[in-house]
Ligand binder design. Sequence first.
Ligand code: SF4
Length: 372
Amino acid sequence: MSKFSEYLPIYEGDRFCLMCGQACPVRRVTKNEATSPHGWALLVASVQRGMLQWNAETVDVLYHCADCGNCQGNCATDRPLPYAIQAARDEVVRLGHAPASVKAVEEKLRAWGNPFRQQTPDDRAQTGISGVCNRTQQSSVLFVGDAAYFLKPEIISAAEKLLNAIGVNATRFAAGHSSGYLAYTLGLWETARRFANDIAQNLKTSGATRVITLSTQDAHALQHVYAELGVSLPDGVNVSTLVDVLVNAGDKLKINSRAPQAYTYHDPSQAIRLKHHALNARVLATQAMGAEPREMLFRENLATPIGTSGGLQFTQPALAENLARTRIAEARAIGAEIILTDDPLDTATLEKYADGMQVMNLYEVLTEQLEQ
Ligand code: SF4
C-alpha cells in the first residue's frame, strides 16, 4: 500500500477541521482558505471523490503548502497532515502531473545531487556519498549537506572549530549532497529514496554511530522523512543537530558573551519537528549574545518558515519571498537589530531578503566567542 492510500483517512477527516488554520503561515500570508490545512485536505479528498481533477490549477494549489509542520504541531490529536500532503504530491507526480518547476529540480538533483550549483563537490569521493568513504572509520560524522557546502561554507569551518573545542572528532559526510528532503517534499519520491538509500548505505560503510547535522531540515529528513520513504538508517545510528550536541557538551563549551545588542532568534525550517531544538538554540544564543533574545510572536510551534521548506523557493518563488520578507518585518517590528539562526539555508535566505537587518549564524557567533 502506498503512503497516499494510507493517508486517505487524513484527507477525509481533516477537510472540514479548522482548528489548526491559525497556525498555518501560508494561509496567514495568502489569506486564502484554499491554501490552508483544511483547504489542502479538501482538495485531495475532492479529487478522490471525483469532484475535481488534477490539472495545472489544482496541482499548483497543492504545491503551495510549506511542509512546515505547524498544523501537526498545533493539532490536539497530532494528525500527520503535512506528511499526507507530501504523499499526495508523490501521487500527483506518479500520475504524470508534476509541474515544470518540479521537473526542473529533478533534473538538477539527478545530475548534480543538489539544486544550487551545476557542480559536484571537489572532495566527493571522500564525502561518503558517491563512493566508499575512504577515511579512517570514526564514530561521529558531520552531515554537511548541500546548502552549507554551496551557499555558506564558512559555517562548516565554524562547526568544525566548535566540535574540536568540545573534543569531538567528526568526518565530513554528504558534503555538497542533498539529504533527499527536497526531492521528498516535491513528490519526487523515487529520487528521494535513491538519495536516502545512498546515505544509509554510506553511513553503514563509514561505521559511524552518530550523525551531527548542520541543518535542521537534514535532521528532519534523517529522523522522520526516511521512514516515510521506507528507508532505515543502520541500527544504532543516532541523529542530532549540532545545537543539541553543543548544549549536551555542558562545561566543555566555553563561550565569552558579546556585548548585548537587541536581537531575535528565528526558528529555522523543520525545527518544530526536532525535540528540544527551540530551547537548546536559545540557551546557546543567550550564552553567545549576552542576553536572551527578543521573541517574535510567531516562534517555536508557530514559527514562520521563510520559503526554504516544502520546495517553495523552486515552485512558488513569490510566496517564498513573501514569507522571508514577512519574517524580516516581524523581527523589525519587535525592535531587533539582529536576526540570528542556525540552519545554513535559512541563514543564506534571510541574508538575501535582509533589507538592512543584520543576519547572523549561531555557529559562527559561537566560534567567534570561543574562549581562547
Ligand atoms: S505544513 Fe505548514 S503550510 Fe502546510 S498545511 Fe501545515 S501549517 Fe500549513
